[in-house]
Design a protein around this ligand. Structure first.
Ligand SMILES: Nc1ncnc2c1ncn2[C@@H]1O[C@H](COP(=O)(O)OP(=O)(O)OP(=O)(O)O)[C@@H](O)[C@H]1O
Ligand SMILES: [Mg+2]
Length: 237
């Protein structure tokens, strides 16, 4: 399958149409952005790392009964996916308090939450992806209540699979963001990506951050951290 036309360029990926109207090619870029793109950089090789990490995690989730948009990884930085109608809600699942949760609510950094918290954010860069609840989502016609319930349920199921997988690899899955789309029959498909750009991973032994917080917080070693995540995905230790 070949690229036909660039249909969207986002902060981290490009979307290309193909000869098949139902399939898109996703190209993973080396660009890194944070704080709604107020902070920008590039990291050579980051696109390839995220492309492989995300494909491996989507395969793992598919093996565990989660339906995804991924058809196949084409090469180092490209994936063939099903074109979906993206639901404009970002679903964030949190196991440990950090980031905006600690800032907004004063919950102490590093607090283990009593259960996995599911949050919804309205996917709109102009509004800086504000947090919303089920009722906002319905009033704005982003999704039906049944769909919202499904997004949270699938998000929690993904959390169960990934948390156990990474715990076996001495990584703590602190939190993550996922996006979903509707397939041809309205079925909900996990879409976009799951990578160190969209997850927080802490080394289970040292607590070291192995994700985009290294970029957000100027800790350095971004690529080394992403490589370490891929390495742990590949070889259980
Ligand atoms: N299977 C798919 N079909 C259609 N669109 C998709 C699919 N998977 C992901 N997308 C969308 O493609 C874009 C990927 O680009 P990228 O992640 O760089 O965007 P972004 O800069 O984060 O911006 P956005 O706010 O649009 O998400 C996103 O808008 C995402 O929602
Ligand atoms: Mg994105």
């Amino acid at each position: 399958m070949e690229k036909v036309e660039l249909i969207y360029e986002g902060k981290a990926k490009k979307l290309w149409s193909t000869k098949d109207k139902d399939r898109l090619i996703v190209e993973f870029k080396d660009d890194l952005t944070a704080f709604n793109a107020q902070k920008k950089s590039q990291e050579a090789g980051k696109g390839a790392l995220n492309c492989e990490i995300s494909a491996d995690l989507f395969d793992l989730l598919a093996q565990n009964g989660i339906r995804t948009h991924l058809i196949e990884r084409i090469d180092a930085t490209h994936q063939l996916v099903k074109r979906v109608d993206i639901i404009k809600i970002e679903v964030v699942i949190r196991n440990i308090a950090t980031g905006s949760l600690t800032r907004r609510l004063g919950i102490k950094e590093g607090t283990k939450l009593p259960f996995a918290l599911a949050e919804l954010y309205y996917k709109d860069d102009r509004l800086e992806d504000p947090i919303i609840n089920d009722e906002h989502a319905q009033i704005m016609n982003l999704a039906t209540q049944n769909e919202i319930n499904a997004l949270k349920d699938i998000g929690r199921k993904i959390n169960g699979v990934l948390s156990a997988f990474f715990a076996d690899r001495a990584l703590t899955l602190v939190d993550f963001k996922v996006e979903f789309g509707r397939g041809d029959y309205g079925e909900i498909l996990l879409s976009d990506e799951i990578s160190p750009d969209s997850c927080r991973f802490w080394d289970a032994r040292s607590g070291e951050k192995l994700d985009k917080d290294r970029f957000r917080q100027d800790l350095g070693g971004v690529k080394v951290a992403y490589e370490e995540v891929l390495k742990r995905i590949k070889d259980k230790r």
